[in-house]
Design a binder for this molecule. Structure first.
Ligand SMILES: NC(=O)c1ccc[n+]([C@@H]2O[C@H](COP(=O)([O-])OP(=O)(O)OC[C@H]3O[C@@H](n4cnc5c(N)ncnc54)[C@H](O)[C@@H]3O)[C@@H](O)[C@H]2O)c1
Length: 254
């Protein structure tokens, strides 16, 4: 018997898909039979990622898209529908997360604060609302938002933006339920990925892994990729409105 791939004939729209988590999601979804759209402000890096996937036989395109720009998002989704016929799964991954956004509210300039919320929060609203009609027309779909373990501590502008992502996950799951669209989120912990550890003091990282986590290693790309594919697939058909921590048991009490 021929084994069907998990996401055969599905179309996945991935924001911030050019590098990092987004690129790993794109690779994993195409390996499971999906077509992917890399929606990123860095169109050169997005095109490089899409070209590499196509070279492996996958269906992938890159589109220029700033998630904070409602009009640009509508255009990117229209291009997706034109190329692949619709959208089934949306990964709201694009996010600003430099150390700068962990400064106190009294220090971070308002313009940067607005940019942070425009991308990390309003960006999710823009993309979800833009993808809804196509998902609905195809009989339903799945949305996966990327929050962060920082969204449980909320001691910084970044943390508060990721707390808002958890709230949005509940609100959008409720709002889109009539269209059979499930909305969930993951909250990654300390990840050993490309940009994640940039600028973090080594002692802080060691203390986190040894004393605060219950699993004493850095998070791996596979940890979040596997969780994401699970939440977007049929095995999670009874799960919506949830944020799942992928953080080695830290922090268990909140
Ligand atoms: N890396 C971690 O340890 C970690 C932990 C928890 C949560 N997260 C979250 O995961 C997501 C991805 O993180 P990453 O480490 O892969 O990030 P990254 O910085 O490596 O990649 C982010 C991608 O998003 C794109 N992007 C930025 N602003 C955009 C915009 N306005 N519109 C469209 N694309 C835009 C960038 O060009 C880039 O390709 C973010 O939401 C981040 O907050 C990351």
């Amino acid at each position: 018997m021929v084994q069907r791939m998990r996401f055969e004939n599905k179309v996945v729209f991935i924001t911030g898909g050019a590098i990092g988590f987004g690129r790993a999601f794109a690779k994993a979804f195409t390996a499971e039979g999906a077509a992917v759209v890399i929606a990123d402000i860095d169109v050169d890096a997005g095109e490089a990622t899409a070209a590499a996937l196509r070279a492996d036989g996958a269906r992938a395109i890159a589109v220029r898209c700033d998630v904070s720009d409602e009009v640009a998002v509508e255009a990117a989704v229209a291009r997706t529908v034109e190329e692949f016929g619709g959208v089934d799964i949306l990964i709201n991954n694009a996010g600003l997360h430099l150390l700068k956004y962990n400064q106190p509210f009294g220090v971070l300039p308002r313009a940067d604060l607005r940019a942070l919320f425009d991308v990390n929060v309003i960006g999710i609203v823009n993309c979800t609302i833009a993808c809804r009609p196509s998902m609905s027309a195809r009989g339903g779909g799945a949305v996966l938002n990327i929050s962060s373990i920082a969204g449980y501590m909320s001691t910084s502008p970044y943390g508060v933006s990721k707390l808002a992502v958890r709230g949005l996950t509940i609100a959008l799951a409720t709002e889109l339920a009539p269209d059979r669209i499930r909305v969930n989120a993951i909250a990654p912990g300390l990840m050993g990925t490309e940009n994640a550890l940039d600028g973090l003091p080594e002692e802080m990282v060691r203390d986190f892994i040894e004393n605060r986590q219950l699993v004493h290693r850095l998070g791996l790309m596979d940890d979040i990729v596997n969780t994401t594919l699970f939440l977007c697939g049929g095995q999670a058909g009874f799960i919506t409105g949830e944020t799942l921590k992928v953080a080695a048991g830290y922090p268990l009490s909140i």
